[in-house]
Design a protein around this ligand. Structure first.
Ligand code: C5P
Length: 232
């Protein structure tokens, strides 16, 4: 699996996302579609963007009983997405069922990655709300290892965790890292950030970049800058 830049298309509707993608004429970036756009437009948005030649990371973070996740993953697999995800807290049994559902009759399947703990969950909430008395780091690494045991391809994590995930789960275990900003850019609401060049140095496999590209004056130039720093 090669290193790549994934653009987070956090738009609320089809018109907005399509006019954004219209700007890309000579390159067809890997794009992430999240819950907001998917729930607004339904699965047709995936088919439409695929038909334009983009790879798609469908970020729906499934979490349910294994049988429901298996059947839902089969639907996403037929939509021909390239990457999708689930919550590792759904257990190893749920993750194994997800792989079964995703796998097509010819043995191929989209890349499947896990969310360990959401970065919005603090260590205090982990203890008080979820009754998890381990540290955040131990929890994240344990969940990443569970994903590996279940046969998943990798995890979404902070660029700052990517190195440790690779140490624990192996170099081939994919790390997909948001929280990327240009050295001279606005951090927005992200707290712990890395530049694309730093993310490359610490071994991220994919970076997920939203506003530094989508809100740029020249999104195509910003995308190409990311690719230059991270991939080339
Ligand atoms: O605009 P920005 O570059 O901050 O977008 C980052 C993308 O990655 C958003 O779609 C956000 O929801 C997602 N994400 C994140 N932090 C996580 C997990 C996902 O920023 N821990």
């Amino acid at each position: 699996m090669g290193r790549d830049v994934i653009i987070a298309c956090d738009f609320s509707g089809k018109d907005e996302v399509m006019s954004f993608l219209d700007k890309f004429t000579d390159v067809k970036p890997f794009v992430k579609i999240g819950m907001e756009l998917f729930y607004a437009e339904g699965p047709q948005i995936v088919r439409d963007i695929k038909a334009r030649g983009h790879k798609i990371f469908l970020d729906l973070k499934l979490h349910d009983i294994p049988n429901t996740v298996k059947k839902s993953m089969a639907v996403l697999s037929r939509l021909d997405v390239d990457m999708t995800n689930l919550h590792a807290s759904g257990t190893i049994a749920m993750m194994e069922a997800a792989i079964e559902g995703l796998t097509r009759p010819d043995g191929t399947r989209p890349i499947l990655i896990a969310v360990t703990q959401l970065t919005s969950t603090s260590e205090e909430r982990l203890k008080n709300d979820l009754l998890i008395n381990e540290t955040m780091e131990n929890t994240v690494m344990h969940y990443a290892h569970n994903a590996k045991v279940a046969g998943l391809d990798g995890v979404v994590c902070s660029p700052l965790e990517a190195e440790r995930v690779h140490d624990r789960c192996g170099k081939d275990f994919v790390t997909v890292t948001p929280g990327v900003r240009f050295a001279d850019g606005d951090k927005g609401d992200q707290v712990r950030v890395m530049t694309p060049a730093e993310a490359k140095r610490i071994g991220s496999d994919y970076i997920v970049v939203g506003r530094p590209i989508t809100a740029a004056d020249d999104p195509v130039a910003a995308y190409k800058r990311c690719v230059n720093e991270f991939v080339d």
